[in-house]
Design a protein around this ligand. Structure first.
Ligand SMILES: [Zn+2]
Length: 303
């Protein structure tokens, strides 16, 4: 069993025709979840107080004020708002906070938030890369500040560097942040030299075309030992599936089975308490297969 948080409002975040981060991704995620035993729950609207742990109020107000009555508003080269975007983004926040609550309180071992827009590129006062609010960082702060956990970790295996999460948690000595990503690639950050204020950030760049074998090697040699040494009480995952071989935005050449392997290894950490949230993944069939692999492991390990 795995908790899955979702809501019809996630389809209310509409991007312009041709945009890769599109409503149809939700149906692909649903296809990936079909056949799994999930406890499906509504992703509630997030609390402003949870957002304000990582973003200043003026940024929240600016995003809200920018929401158009019809059509689109554009926040950067590829980040758009439609009339339903604010509610969708706030439910992505609420979904991860509810998932953290459930797992920290022992109601479930594993949870997945099937929401959009994604969040890991959003910096303190900058929406970018399809992202509005730093959802996974907000979830980590919820675990630390609301529940009083002392050590958590985030693993971001989206093919792009989680620059937003890194920015929001740069000074957060209670949260280890690991990002593996293709480099060079958007957004351009994520060099190994970027270590965080407390040396709690671990960036693992991977070369285009390096494939699942290179990923497994570096996780086994570098990432898992670092996470074991950190000893998190809760593990959060920024689950982007755009490292898949069929994804149009990148070229790391992973397969669905690589997500299965990686998820299984990650569930050996933090006493198996794992909260995952959807980030990228833009080939619909690859997204469905990768979600089936990833959430399938969360289901097995959540029993
Ligand atoms: Zn991505």
């Amino acid at each position: 069993m795995v908790l899955v948080f979702t809501d019809a409002a996630f389809a209310g975040h509409v991007t312009p025709p041709g945009h890769p981060e599109r409503v149809e991704r939700l149906a692909a995620v649903d296809r990936g979840l079909a056949g799994l035993t999930v406890d499906l729950r509504e992703a509630p609207v997030g609390a402003v107080a949870d957002v304000l742990r990582v973003h200043p109020a003026r940024y929240l107000d600016r995003v809200k004020a920018a929401v158009p009555v019809g059509g689109w508003a554009q926040l950067d080269g590829d980040t758009f708002l439609s009339p339903g975007s604010f509610e969708a983004a706030m439910r992505a926040v609420g979904g991860i906070c509810a998932a953290v609550d459930a797992v920290v309180l022992g109601e479930a071992k594993t949870a997945f938030v099937a929401g959009r827009p994604p969040g890991h590129h959003a910096e303190r006062e900058t929406a970018m890369g399809f992202c509005l609010f730093g959802t996974v960082a907000i979830g980590a702060k919820r675990a630390l500040d609301h529940h009083g956990l002392s050590r958590v970790a985030i693993v971001d295996f989206d093919v792009h560097h989680g620059n937003g999460t890194q920015d929001l948690l740069w000074d957060e000595g209670r949260c280890m942040f690991v990002s593996s990503h293709q480099m060079p690639l958007y957004p351009g950050t994520g060099r190994p030299e970027e270590r965080g204020a407390h040396e709690q950030v671990l960036n693992v760049p991977l070369r285009a075309g390096s494939g699942g074998a290179a990923m497994r090697e570096v996780y086994e040699r570098v990432v898992f030992p670092a996470l074991e040494a950190w000893g998190p009480e809760l593990l959060l995952i920024s689950a982007g599936f755009d490292a898949h071989a069929d994804d149009p935005l990148a070229g790391l050449e992973w397969q669905a089975d690589d997500y299965r392997w990686l998820t299984d290894q990650l569930c050996d950490l933090a006493g198996g308490r794992v909260v995952s949230t959807l980030e990228g993944g833009y080939d619909l069939d690859a997204l469905a297969a990768s979600v089936a692999a990833h959430v399938g492991v969360l289901e097995e390990r959540g029993r």
